[in-house]
Design a protein. Structure first.
Length: 490
């Protein structure tokens, strides 16, 4: 656990300490930003010769008398650097030092908090299946030099958020032989203990008997049966209700519509939505936000077998609609259909679902942006929340004319249009929209709803950048918590 603090004058330090200062550049060359370490020794450094640059997020470690090192971090021109990303890069570069002091001449309390947040998010590694000697992070304390007053409550808030992001990454990084619906449930039951969250679990029998035909159908090809989990944080202070629905496919082979070998690698990440909504509710509860927050975790393993769902099977979703399954690899929308129906029955003020739903999302938006669909009000709320916490989402349309592609001659809707490749992410969104229920018995307008397709940002296949590690990223968890804060203040 990282200990974070602020201090107004440089602390005494030793060889286990690294002090971080900033470097900016303009026409006249490189400048070390104002810091309490601006001694002659620092000013006399031949920065260019030593390979220092102001390139954003580049970090250069140099020996320094009395210290483990001094770290020079690039801040570009110094205008509005992305401080969470800068600080995340610092954390990775200085991970071999126990004590880190950041002295960046920060201008506001918000900037200080962004630095602490980026650093905390970045202090992560998944070592469960590695020899202990390989683990690299030695950093145990971060101290930010600032004259500004920072509340302990704000530091606690950051550590709660970082813990939830780290716990999401841990779950997602778990290999699929160890993480399956029942073990996911066990992990959730342990993880919510003591936080005032009520847990309800449906097993394969109650899923069938209570009409959760989507989750049952997707899960029945595996010897490890499906589950639905409802988490309910309902404080007395709550005036609003936010419902979160997460896709939790612990491994997506495609089912009988089997994926090719290369596309199957990485499909352990297909439960990221469920892990994210689970950890968002944990953070919301730990923060004691005055809002009711529920999470619906739709858990199944999508495998081919003699008991698997076939293309052409017709299944019935919780809300009574029938679906002709034409491609068993479009399974996420089937489990979410049940989750969205069940969430709708509780008449929340807002529903947000989170899913690694389509490969098409990465074709459209790459690996850093989540696709954001839904009604305009919900889109605006999620967009604002994401901007506030520095996460990347991009609004996408739900064009009505594409809906006819899902017409089925014998069921209410089909799960895909065979042979169609255009607008795959949008068609996924249009399918989900069918399962959003009415606001109330008397008001038939649909409940406000947003859909986040996180197929791109859930997982980082390339090198770490900013506070984003390789592998599971924990993207969108902070956006969901921020959204709860926003909605609770409405
Ligand atoms: N889990 C996949 C989506 C996915 C693909 C996520 C690649 C991350 C990377 C989803 O269940 C899926 O297989 N979607 C199909 C939908 C298609 C059959 C309409 C896809 O994207 O190919
Ligand atoms: Mn699939
Ligand atoms: Zn999937």
């Amino acid at each position: 656990m990282l200990k974070t603090s602020t201090i107004s004058i440089l602390p005494t330090f030793s060889k286990t300490t690294v002090i971080v200062v900033g470097v900016t550049s303009d026409d006249s060359g490189l400048t070390i930003s104002s810091s309490q370490l601006s001694t002659e020794q620092l000013q006399s450094l031949e920065l260019e010769l030593l390979g220092v640059s102001a390139k954003p997020e580049q970090v250069k470690l140099l020996p320094f008398e009395g210290l483990g090192a001094v770290a020079l971090v690039g801040l570009g021109s110094g205008e509005n650097p992305d401080l969470r990303a800068v600080s995340g890069s610092i954390a990775r570069a200085v991970r071999s030092f126990e004590n880190v002091v950041i002295d960046l001449d920060l201008k506001s309390g918000e900037e200080v908090l962004e630095v602490i947040e980026g650093f905390s998010l970045s202090t992560y590694q998944y070592t469960e299946y590695q020899a202990a000697t390989k683990s690299g992070i030695k950093t145990t304390s971060l101290c930010v030099v600032t004259g500004l007053a920072i509340d302990q409550a704000q530091l606690t808030r950051i550590s709660i958020l970082a813990q939830s992001v780290h716990d999401t990454r841990d779950l997602v990084n778990q290999p699929p032989n160890h993480l399956y619906p029942a073990s996911f449930v066990a992990s959730v039951e342990a993880g919510v203990k003591g936080h005032g969250i009520e847990v309800t679990v449906w097993d394969e029998k109650s899923l069938e008997s209570e009409g959760f035909g989507g989750i049952a159908a997707v899960g029945k090809g595996s010897t490890r049966p499906p589950r639905m989990v409802k988490l309910d944080y309902h404080p007395k202070t709550a005036k609003k209700h936010l419902a979160l629905v997460g896709k939790g496919i612990t491994f997506d082979s495609g089912g009988l519509s089997l994926k090719p070998a290369e596309s199957m690698v990485g499909m352990k990440y297909d439960m990221t939505g469920a892990a994210s909504v689970y950890q968002a509710v944990v953070a919301i509860a730990k923060l004691g936000l005055p809002i009711r927050a529920t999470a619906w975790l739709c858990l199944a393993e999508n495998l081919p077998s003699g008991s698997a769902t076939r293309p052409n099977d017709i299944i019935k979703i919780r809300n009574g609609k029938t679906v002709e399954v034409l491609n068993t690899d479009a399974e996420g929308r089937l489990v979410l259909a049940d989750g969205l129906s069940a969430a709708s029955e509780t008449h929340p003020d807002l529903i947000v679902d989170v899913a690694t739903l389509t490969g098409a999302a990465t074709i459209a938006l790459g690996h850093r942006y989540a696709g954001l669909m839904g009604d305009p009000e919900a889109i605006a709320k999620v967009d604002t929340a994401a901007k506030t916490v520095g996460e990347l989402v991009w609004p996408m349309p739900l064009p009505n004319e594409l809906r006819t592609l899902l017409d089925s001659p014998i069921a209410d809707i089909a799960n895909v249009k065979i042979g169609n490749r255009a607008g795959g992410m949008l068609i996924g969104g249009l399918f989900l929209k069918e399962f959003i229920g009415p606001k109330s018995a008397s008001d038939k307008t649909p409940i406000s709803w947003a859909h986040l397709d996180i197929a791109g940002p859930a997982n980082n296949d390339s090198a770490a950048y900013g506070h984003t590690p390789k592998g599971a990223t924990g993207a969108i968890v902070r956006t969901l918590v921020q959204l709860a804060e926003q909605v609770s203040a409405e």
